[in-house]
Every structure is written in structure tokens, then in C-alpha cells.
Write a protein that binds this ligand. Sequence first.
Ligand code: M5T
Length: 242
Amino acid sequence: APPVRGSVELRGVRFGYADGPDVLRGLDLVVPAGQTHAVVGSTGAGKSSLLRLVLRFSDPREGQVLLDGTDVRELGWDALRGAIGYVSQDVFLFHGTVRDNLAYGRVDATDEQVQEAARQAEAHAFITALPQGYDTVVGERGQTLSGGQRQRIALARAILRDPALLVLDEATSAVDTETEAAIQRSLAAVTASRTALVVAHRLSTVRDADRIWVLADGRVAEAGSHDELVEAGGIYAGLWAV
Ligand code: M5T
């Protein structure tokens, strides 16, 4: 099997928007290849800003963002897009069939590959229950899908594209216990054989993470496993009131 790739490193990253103040003030963070790390913190702590830098939607004022040891500014756009699968909070579904939405970015995928990805992402069951199954039209003026269903479609898309690194901005929307469990299994399937950096809003996601980074005021305030951070009784423990 090829070596797992997708390691991420931020070195002394300072960042702010336009001529505004610094939002990130000297951030150091490492996600080794193959691990799943969670980023948590209160609103405005800089979680989305961190993801923007990894995706190169923005560049830092100072410091470096590295993907597999190479500064993302030196990677071509094609290499960057090929290496990273991004699942945003606001999943983009276009007007077309569920199948076409799943195969977005992988138009060459066979029906078998599409269905296998949907199965892994815990999306196959709800898709087959739709009026026309995989041929159901969704998106603008199509069948409406719930937030949890959209997130699983996006995770299936990521499985099909097989990126080295998954960058996930977890949805904040409340879901029922069953959907929560389905999303958790879906996420476990996507992250099993790759590297993942997740801005986490679900306790189940952070509990499963190899390491949790707690941001406060644009800095890493705490880092460790769930148990370590609960034990420490700091910001993390307060966030979940555990
Ligand atoms: C961190 C400011 C924001 C906050 C800080 C996206 C964005 C953010 N900000 C801007 O000035 N312009 C922008 O386009 O940056 O914001 P964040 O990174 O979005 O924080 P978060 O992801 O931890 O917050 P949330 O609410 O998504 O959990 O001062 O005003």
C-alpha cells in the first residue's frame, strides 16, 4: 500500500483579514499523516480562518503552512486541489441527480464506485429510500435533503475523490441521535485511511480524534486527547461542561 500522506503543519502563523487586526497570532500546529485532529474553540476563536489558510483561500501575514512538508504557496493549484478534500458546513448541491452530485469531481466514476462510496458514507440507505433513488433530482428546485443527509453526500464525494487530506468544517445544525450516529460512522469511514483536520462541533467527533487543538484568541490555548483535556479542567472542559 502507498504511504499515507496529507500531513499538515502550521509554523508561527500570523494572519488577519485585509487591513484588520491579527486573528491568528503565532499559531503552531502539526497533524501527522494518517491522524485525525479536531480544532475546537468558542465563536471567533479563528477556527475557520485556520482552515482557510490550509485550503489557501488566504495566505498568512507571517509564518508557513506546509502540506507533506511543502509550503502550500509552492504547490500548484492542481496539486493542492487534488490532495485536499474540503467538506464545508454549507454543502453545495447543484440541480441534478443524487448520482451526479456524488460523482462531482469524479465524472469517470462507475455506478458501483458511486454506490460503494455512498455505502461507506452511510448515505446509501436514505438515497435508495428517495422517490427515484440515485436518479432523484436534488439541489435548486429538486428534492430537499436534511443537513445531516447533505453532509453525508459531501463525505461520500470526498471518499470518491480519495484525497490525502480531508478538511472538514463540521455542521453546527442539531441532528437526532440516529443521524448523529450515522454521521459519526461516515466520518470514521472517511478518516480511516487518510489524514483529517476537522473543525468540530460534535462531542462524538472530538472524542474520536487523535488530538484536539483548542483555539482561543488566535492561539493554541490547550492541546491533547479528550481525556487529557477533561483532566486538565481548562477551556476544553468548560466548552463541553464535562
Ligand atoms: C475569527 C474575523 C471574525 C473574528 C475572527 C471569516 C472571517 C472572519 N473575520 C473577518 O474579519 N473576516 C472574515 O472573512 O476573524 O473568525 P473565524 O475564523 O471565523 O472564527 P471561528 O471559526 O472560530 O468562529 P465560528 O463562529 O465560526 O465558530 O473576529 O470577525
